[in-house]
Design a protein around this ligand. Structure first.
Ligand code: MN
Length: 742
């Protein structure tokens, strides 16, 4: 175990003016608090925070971060409290340690929630203070290094979490060394066979090419010597995980991977980078399309380097990275590399310990993470930083913190279906980050989505073109199909009930069972839906159930008979369609007695008005339109003649309107006006001043002197319509105004 003075010395090596007191105090406090606690490996527990601190010294972190590393498990695992740490080390240190405590608690929650919470809390912690994340990453690295000691059941979970969350985070912070080691260990636990195979092949290839590699290294060194460039040349071997991932992603075999080997050229100055590049390119030919200059255009994580691939001395492709020492350090340690050099203006807290201010690197990281969390211009960010985790996905949360991964462009509807098909099917609205948003809203990273549900909901078919996930699309298709089928079978049942009643029979669905084969339908629902769709005539069903049934169609049509027929149906069935509207009225010819609202069909059956409209005050009738629903006609409409011989399609409807709901109803009128400028304006004026709306207006006939037009109006009721018609007639521009079919 590292001794107290050793730790101080390590920090002193890169930070001579180190706050020794802080380090010593943290060392002693943490050691005492952890006492005799042991790790799974049997080592004293204190060895763990000490190793985490050591990892951070390799990254040249400031003493505040090192001290936090020493203390990082004290609140969670010992008798230490936030207040005690505040007292001893100051509130800023206390806050950092508490941040780590929070993160640690998340390691314990169940699989899915854990991922979500980790990710979110991590992001939150980062935007608060990046040092929490740096310590957490070092903590995770040490835990990964000692993963063998964990119970087997936990290993895979921790390894997967590392691969999914921590390694990419390290990469995003520019800490390639950390990232590669995390990936390497995680790979070994997640896919041991692949790891073994790839590692063995890499070693084999390395062994076989040793001579070639030495030749290339020598050739490069000689070249730089010739051009008087001070450069270090190092061969670089691809890591097993990155090789494996490339093979998987591009479906390549090992042999097809051309860039397993590469060289890194480290020089003194930026100028030397370009001189080295010039020397290389004039000596060997470059492979087109592989040149990238991240010096003139650094990556967003501050990575700078020149990348090129050449056809080398032995005719094989050689990948080269050219960079300065400073750039190399940043490439290796990323955000951590910035901290030490820029850590000058430290703050002093009450306990006399320097707490470094946020450096530029921290500010940069906070910015980019915020950007990521807010989804602000995520494409740019992702493109420039290579985030494997987030490239084509958005991560959103349920109100309970569960993480839902969706493809980019996903909507709350996709989200709902991703949670559960039932949630999708009953989704009527969504709150995104606490605000009601349209269901078409494109979700962004970090959005918290709450789905508002209604049992009565049927997903609109139009959603199918809005969603981006296959699951949602398939579910919507299925649900709308079911809903339509249900409508049709409801309609079919209604039609059959009427037909049976007319014949003096009692309709039950069960009575269809014995005749299914004769109707060539597979089940009862199928019969009902076929009748509803108009594919199967109700009389055919009657004949199947009652072989001696005689078709008694009404052959004569006269207004009086229609009215009787209508009345009879009403009395027999006592049905009522509710049409939302205005003032309820009692018509003394049509007592309400025996009229009951239809239940179960309610919203399922679409109700519409005939083209010429109907308004409260009109006596009305509903005509069942197989396949579409019910159309409301004024009883005097000549169009009703067409249905005279199908009495089972006639349905008793009546206005059932509530004084509180203000609604206008359609009525079509024909107006003949003088063909003069301003006459149209006159008509519009009369309509408007009478509190009516023009829905559509079309010219039917235009003569030199007169114009005939059809106007679809929206009015309150019959009285309102009649008043409007008489006022139109009174207008000097109008020669005639009358209701169509009224
Ligand atoms: Mn720990």
């Amino acid at each position: 175990m590292m001794r107290q003075y050793e730790l101080v010395e390590r920090v002193q090596r890169y930070k001579p003016d180190v706050n020794e007191a802080l380090l010593n105090k943290a060392y002693v406090y943490a050691m005492q608090k952890h006492g005799h606690q042991k790790r799974a490996s049997g080592d004293p527990y204190f060895s763990h925070p000490l190793e985490v601190a050591a990892i951070l010294t390799e990254m040249h972190m400031d003493e505040a971060t090192i001290a936090v590393a020493l203390l990082h498990d004290t609140i969670e695992d010992t008798t230490a409290t936030r207040a005690e740490i505040d007292d001893l080390f100051g509130p800023e240190m206390g806050k950092l340690v508490e941040g780590l405590t929070k993160l640690k608690k998340l390691d314990l929650v169940s699989k899915k929630a854990e991922q979500a919470e980790n990710l979110r809390k991590l992001l939150l912690a980062i935007s608060e203070d990046v040092r929490v994340l740096l310590v957490k990453l070092a903590d995770r690295l040490h835990n990964m290094r000692t993963l063998d000691h964990m119970p087997e059941a936990k290993r895979l979970r921790i390894a997967e979490e590392t691969m999914d969350i921590y390694a990419p985070l390290a990469g995003r912070m520019g800490m390639q060394g950390m990232r590669e080691e995390l990936e390497e260990i995680a790979f070994r636990f997640i896919n041991p066979e692949a790891h073994r195979a790839v590692t063995a092949r890499l070693a084999e290839i390395f062994e076989r090419n040793k001579g070639v590699l030495t030749d290339i290294e020598k050739a490069l060194s000689a070249l730089f010597e010739k051009h008087a460039i001070n450069a270090g040349v190092k061969s670089r071997q691809k890591k097993p995980w990155s090789v494996f991932r490339k093979m998987e992603a591009k479906a390549l075999s090992f042999e097809q991977l051309s860039d397993i080997f590469g060289f890194r050229v480290v020089v003194d100055t930026v100028e030397d980078c370009y001189r080295a590049l010039g020397a290389i390119h004039t000596t060997w030919s470059m492979v087109p399309g592989r040149f990238k200059d991240y010096i003139s255009t650094p990556k967003q994580n501050d990575y700078r380097s020149i990348h090129t691939t050449i056809v080398g001395p032995s005719r094989q492709r050689v990948e080269l990275q050219i960079r300065t020492r400073e750039m190399n350090k940043i490439a290796e340690y990323g955000v951590a590399a910035h901290s030490i050099y820029k850590d000058t203006g430290g703050k002093t807290n009450g306990a006399g310990h320097a707490i470094s201010k946020e450096t530029n690197a921290y500010a940069w990281l906070r910015r980019t993470i915020e950007q990521l969390a807010e989804g602000d211009n995520p494409e740019d960010f992702l493109e420039n930083t290579k985030l494997e985790l987030f490239q084509d996905q958005v991560f959103c949360f349920t109100p309970k913190g569960m993480l839902i991964a969706l493809p980019r462009g996903a909507t709350p509807i996709d989200f709902a279906y991703a949670v559960h098909t039932d949630v999708g099917d009953t989704c009527v609205g969504a709150k995104v980050n606490g605000r009601i948003m349209p269901l078409m809203t494109e979700l962004k990273n970090g959005d918290e989505v709450e789905i508002i549900r209604s049992k009565a909901q049927v997903p609109p078919a139009a959603w199918e073109s809005v969603v981006v996930t296959g699951k949602a699309r398939a579910a919507i298709r299925r649900a709308t199909k079911n809903a339509i089928r249900k409508q049709y079978s409801g309609l079919g049942a209604r039609i059959l009930e009427r037909a049976f009643e007319r014949a003096g029979k009692n309709f039950t669905k069960e009575s269809l069972k014995p005749v299914l084969h004769r109707l060539a339908r597979k089940d009862i629902e199928d019969v009902l839906a076929s009748v509803g769709r108009g594919e199967l005539a109700s009389t055919d069903v009657m004949k199947a159930v009652f072989p001696d049934y005689k078709d008694e169609r009404v052959t004569q049509a006269a207004p009086k008979q229609r009215e009787e027929g209508w009345s009879k149906i009403r009395n027999a069935a006592g049905m009522l369609f509710q049409i939302p509207g205005r003032a309820a009225r009692k018509d003394k010819d049509q007592p309400r007695d025996g009229a009951v609202p239809i239940r179960g069909v309610r919203g399922d059956l679409p109700v519409r008005f005939a083209p010429e409209g109907a308004v409260p005050g009109d006596r009305i009738v509903g005509i069942v339109q197989p396949g579409t629903g019910i159309t409301i006609y004024p009883i005097q409409s000549p169009a009703l003649q067409a249905f005279d011989d199908q009495p089972e399609r006639w349905i008793d409807v009546r206005w059932d309107i509530d004084e509180r709901t203000k609604e206008r109803f359609p009525a079509r009128v024909s107006v003949t006006a003088i063909n003069a400028p301003g006459s149209l304006a006159d008509i519009a004026q009369v309509v408007a001043s009478n509190d009516a709306n023009i829905h559509t207006l079309s010219m039917v006939r235009t003569a030199p002197d007169f114009t005939e037009m059809l106007i679809d109006l929206e009015v309150w009721d019959l009285k309102h319509l009649n008043r409007l018609l008489s006022q139109l007639k009174d207008n000097s521009s109008v020669s005639d105004a009358r209701r169509v079919n009224g």
